[in-house]
Design a protein around this ligand. Structure first.
Ligand SMILES: Nc1ncnc2c1ncn2[C@@H]1O[C@H](COP(=O)(O)OP(=O)(O)OP(=O)(O)O)[C@@H](O)[C@H]1O
Ligand SMILES: [Mg+2]
Length: 226
C-alpha cells in the first residue's frame, strides 16, 4: 500500500479520473492534503475549465490552485504532444519536473493522459513521465471485450520498464457485456502477482458512481503512520 500514485490506463476514457479522485478523497479523508497533478490535459472548450483537473482539485479537498495541478492545456481532443503542435503551444519537460518536485514527499496522485504510449511532446510518451517520476502505478482498464489484450500489453510494457504496479482497476464504463465476466480470472491467471480490483459497476448517478469507486479502491491507500 502507498500514499502516492501514478494513475494510467489502457486507453482514454477508461475511468482514470474517477479512480484518481477516489484515491485523492481517501487520502484527504485521512487528513493528508494530497496533491493532484494532471500536467497534460487536452479536449476542453475553454482553457480556463480543464474538466479532469477541476475534478481532481475538488477531490483533493480544494486547497490547491488550478495552475499547480494543470500545467499544459489544449483545446483540441488530441494527444497532448499532437495538440501542442497543432495549437502551437509549447510545453517544457524541465518545468514539469520542477513542478512535480515542489510537491516534496506529500501524498498525492498524478493522472497521465490516455495510455502508456500517448505522446506528450516530440521526445516523450506517458511512460517516459512514469519512468521519470517512479511512483507506484495504478492501471485503469475498461472491463469488457478487448480488456485482456489491452491490459496484457500495458502490464508487459510496465514490467519491461521495471515500473511497479500497485493494482489494476477494472471499470464498467458501459453496462456489462458477456466478456467482462471472464476478465478478472483470465487476467489473474496471466499475472498472478498483480492485484486486480473491481470491476467497478456501471453507475449513471454521479454520487453513487463516486461511492462505487471509493469502495473498490479503498484498500489501496495506506494509513498514515501514527
Ligand atoms: N462506472 C462507471 N459508470 C458510469 N460511467 C462511468 C463509470 N466510470 C467512468 N464513467 C464515465 O466514463 C467517462 C470516462 O471516465 P474518466 O473521465 O474517468 O476516464 P479517463 O480515463 O480519465 O479519460 P481521459 O483519458 O479523457 O482522461 C466519464 O464520463 C465517466 O463519468
Ligand atoms: Mg481523465
Amino acid at each position: 500500500m502507498a500514499r502516492r500514485f501514478f494513475v494510467t490506463g489502457t486507453d482514454t476514457g477508461v475511468g482514470k479520473t474517477q479512480v484518481s479522485c477516489a484515491l485523492l478523497r481517501a487520502l484527504a479523508r485521512q487528513g493528508a492534503s494530497p496533491f493532484a497533478f494532471k500536467p497534460f490535459e487536452s479536449g476542453m472548450s475553454s482553457l480556463d475549465a480543464p474538466g479532469d483537473s477541476l475534478a481532481l482539485q475538488a477531490a483533493a479537498g480544494g486547497w490547491q490552485s488550478l495552475d499547480t495541478i494543470s500545467l499544459f492545456r489544449f483545446r483540441a481532443p488530441l494527444a497532448p504532444g499532437i495538440a501542442a503542435k497543432v495549437e502551437r503551444r509549447p510545453t517544457s519537460w524541465a518545468r514539469l519536473l520542477k513542478r512535480f518536485s515542489a510537491f516534496g514527499r506529500r501524498p498525492g496522485v498524478v493522472e497521465g493522459a490516455g495510455g502508456l504510449h500517448v505522446p506528450l511532446d516530440a521526445r516523450h510518451d506517458v511512460i517516459d513521465l512514469m519512468e521519470a517520476l517512479r511512483l507506484p502505478v495504478v492501471v485503469v482498464a475498461r472491463a469488457g471485450l478487448g480488456t485482456v489484450n489491452h491490459t496484457t500489453l500495458t502490464l508487459d510494457a510496465l514490467a519491461a520498464h521495471r515500473l511497479g504496479v500497485a493494482a489494476v482497476v477494472l471499470v464498467h464504463t458501459q453496462p456489462a457485456d458477456e466478456a467482462s465476466r471472464y476478465n478478472p480470472a483470465e487476467l489473474q491467471r496471466r499475472f498472478p502477482r498483480v492485484r486486480f480490483l473491481g470491476p467497478v459497476p456501471f453507475e449513471r448517478d454521479g454520487a453513487k458512481r463516486a461511492r462505487a469507486f471509493d469502495r473498490v479502491t479503498a484498500g489501496l491507500v495506506r494509513l498514515p503512520q501514527s
